[in-house]
Design a protein around this ligand. Structure first.
Ligand code: ZN
Length: 304
């Protein structure tokens, strides 16, 4: 029987019907991991035998006994695969992201497990080699978190600065930034925006000055002078990303370490950049099945 394919635009009921047993989940994972037939993860031999239906394989080449989960992040968890699938679904389909607490309640697992799941899936959703932005690119910065009592809106000392670039009709790139000096902002733009981009649109902030070159225009709107749009020069696209960011899970945190905020920004960018990808659920499963195992202890150590 051929494995069921995860559908695009699947709703959660369909997902739970299609992948509500361990063997249904295993079948699809096998299909994604070994599209050309099962191979031994240790010696690459294709002479492998099913030791018992759907679960274990025996390698005739090296004697290794393995399952579709061996060597993947699914291996070390005792979480049933259908719960993994629901967790991936929630992370990829929820536009504003999902907190570990929501995950805990939805899956009926411990907070620790939910937290681990969110981190693992978020790591898999990270785009390791994003393409540079081209065409018309809007760049802006904003501040996240750290509500300080009795301080005005302009107070930013306990907030974290995020800088973003959006290609009109294309992808976004977001990052935590130390400050809004020319050095930091130019560095971010040089890394995320292609040298041949047509134009960069920003506000009048001085640190953006000099970002243009022979084939890339730099246009600014003067927000302080109440100028928001001049012809097609505006930063409304990147500002709509900021409002999405602030309405997201991230927006509800008062304090978030730069490291964790960066991970959220990656997750949000990935979801945004894949907004037309009908196969996001499948693609994320594929990344998870190919991902190296990162033990919980290591994750804790790295997040300190
Ligand atoms: Zn082998």
């Amino acid at each position: 029987m051929p494995a069921k394919k995860p559908r695009n635009a699947m709703n959660i009921m369909a997902l739970m019907e299609q992948f509500d047993t361990d063997s249904e989940c295993r079948a699809i994972l096998e299909n994604l991991r070994w599209p050309d037939g099962v191979k031994c993860p240790r010696c690459e031999s294709e002479k492998v035998y099913r030791a018992n239906p759907r679960k274990q394989f025996d390698c005739a080449g090296c004697g290794y006994q393995f399952s579709v989960m061996s060597g993947t992040i699914f291996h070390d968890t005792h979480l049933p695969l259908p719960k993994w699938f629901v967790a991936v679904y929630l992370m990829t389909e929820s536009r504003k992201g999902i907190s570990a607490n929501q995950m805990k309640r939805t899956l009926g697992v411990s907070y620790k497990t939910a937290w681990y799941l969110c981190h693992r899936i978020r790591a898999a959703m990270r785009d390791a080699t994003p393409e540079q932005l081209r065409g018309i690119v809007e760049v802006d910065e904003t501040y996240i978190g750290g509500k300080a009592r009795g301080r005005g809106r302009g107070y930013t000392r306990n907030k974290t600065m995020v800088v973003g670039a959006v290609q009109r009709g294309g992808n976004i790139r977001l990052r935590v930034a130390e400050n809004n000096t020319a050095k930091i902002l130019h560095g971010f733009i040089n890394e995320t925006v292609h040298d041949d981009a047509e134009a960069i649109y920003t506000d009048e902030h001085q640190s953006y000055a000099g970002i243009d070159d022979s084939n890339t225009r730099h246009e600014t709107v003067h927000h302080k002078a109440e100028e928001w749009v001049r012809a097609d020069v505006h930063t409304n696209t990147v500002e709509s990303v900021w409002s999405l960011l602030k309405r997201s899970v991230v927006g509800s945190y008062h304090h978030l370490s730069a490291k964790h905020l960066d991970a959220y920004l990656d997750e949000m960018s990935f979801r945004f950049n894949n907004r037309h990808n009908e196969y996001l659920f499948r693609d994320t499963l594929m990344k998870l099945i190919g991902a190296e195992t990162l033990p919980y202890s290591e994750l804790i150590a790295k997040s300190a």
